[in-house]
Design a protein around this ligand. Structure first.
Ligand SMILES: NC(=O)c1ccc[n+]([C@@H]2O[C@H](COP(=O)([O-])OP(=O)(O)OC[C@H]3O[C@@H](n4cnc5c(N)ncnc54)[C@H](O)[C@@H]3O)[C@@H](O)[C@H]2O)c1
Length: 315
């Protein structure tokens, strides 16, 4: 089998978990791990490669020591960066991670010019925007991972309330991957049944709050951010892209007129297939949600402006 070559830049907790989830499913022909610290990439590649012995389909897992070894990949995942620690907000990570994402994007552009890029580094929406600006690629080839994880966190909270329908929940989260996240209970369902018909208003409000704090809750216990659920969310997105499944997955996309906005990256429902984002689905937002969406765009644009004002895109 040719093709299906995936590189993961940043072999830390999230990058390695994504590689592990992909290796277990046999989705890829080849997974290449790269990290600025070569021993991390080498050690994790060996460990994950040895786990594939029991997979349904073989996957080659190897480490790249130099960026030029990330050649001709179909999908490149960016998980390089500094994780959020308890005392940090995602915005605190802005300047450090923007520099890292810029360097990584320049290498992807050079060595994997036909790839779809899946950005994971935080603050996610701004970093996805940075990838597009640095590569200059068609916006549909740049996808950010946000709603895939936030939706699975919302589904978890729903199960905590209902006690049924665990893997049947389709929870939609749009907006910023951060404080301005918008869990959308009105269009969420459990086995096709609208959430609003299953739970009380109070229960739903609690679910929304817990979903928004889903990342922080894990940081509180682990003193570091989550990795298993992010890794699985990344692998689900890659499966849809590599297998051209055209699944609808909330993802961070660069808007060009959709939802009334341009030149900003934000979470919206997307159809993910072989060419990346094949379609952005424009929801008919109710007034309350539209207001939240506008606030999310404003917050993301403010962060982009911090980079612009510091001359980040001119260097
Ligand atoms: N989008 C999401 O939903 C989501 C979820 C969880 C984590 N994250 C983000 O993902 C990123 C990774 O998180 P983590 O927990 O795996 O962190 P981590 O510290 O475990 O791993 C990051 C890795 O990146 C490497 N790295 C740093 N600079 C690099 C460079 N220039 N080139 C290559 N590798 C480099 C580090 O050596 C490290 O191994 C963070 O920015 C985190 O905030 C996003």
């Amino acid at each position: 089998m040719t093709g299906r070559r995936v590189a993961i830049i940043g072999a830390g907790a999230v990058g390695a978990s994504a590689a592990y989830a992909l290796a277990l499913s046999g989705t890829c022909h080849e997974i290449i791990l790269y990290d600025i610290v070569p021993d991390i990439a080498i050690g994790k590649a060996i460990d994950i490669a040895q786990a594939t012995n029991y997979s349904p389909r073989g996957t080659i897992v190897k480490a790249a020591i130099k960026p030029e070894e990330i050649k001709n990949c179909d999908v490149v995942v960016i998980t390089a960066g500094v994780p959020r620690r308890k005392e940090m907000t995602r915005a605190d990570l802005l300047n450090i991670n923007a520099g890292i994402v810029k360097e990584v994007s320049e290498n992807i552009k050079k060595y994997s010019p036909d790839a779809t890029i899946l950005c994971v580094s935080n603050p996610l929406d701004v970093m996805t925007y940075v990838v597009q600006k640095i590569t200059g690629w068609d916006r549909h080839r740049i996808v950010g991972m946000s709603g895939a994880l936030d939706g699975s966190r919302m589904a978890y909270q729903i199960y905590q309330k209902t006690g049924f329908g665990a893997a049947q929940t389709r929870a939609i989260v749009i907006g910023e991957h951060g404080e301005h996240m918008i869990p959308y209970p009105e269009i969420t369902n459990v086995g096709g049944i609208p959430l609003t018909q299953l739970l009380s208003k109070e229960d739903i409000e609690e679910i929304v709050e817990k979903t928004k704090n889903g990342g922080a809750e894990i940081v509180k216990h682990l003193k570091t951010s989550a990795f298993y659920a992010p890794g699985r969310a990344i692998s689900a997105m890659i499966e849809s892209i590599l297998s051209d499944e055209d699944k609808v997955i909330s993802s961070c996309a660069i808007l060009d007129g959709e939802y009334g906005y341009k030149d900003v990256a934000i979470g919206v429902p997307c159809v993910l297939g072989s060419t990346g984002i094949k379609k952005i689905i424009e929801l008919d937002l109710d007034e309350k949600t539209k207001k939240k969406f506008d606030e999310a765009v404003k917050a993301i644009k403010e962060n982009i402006a911090i980079l612009e004002d510091g001359g980040f895109f001119d260097k």
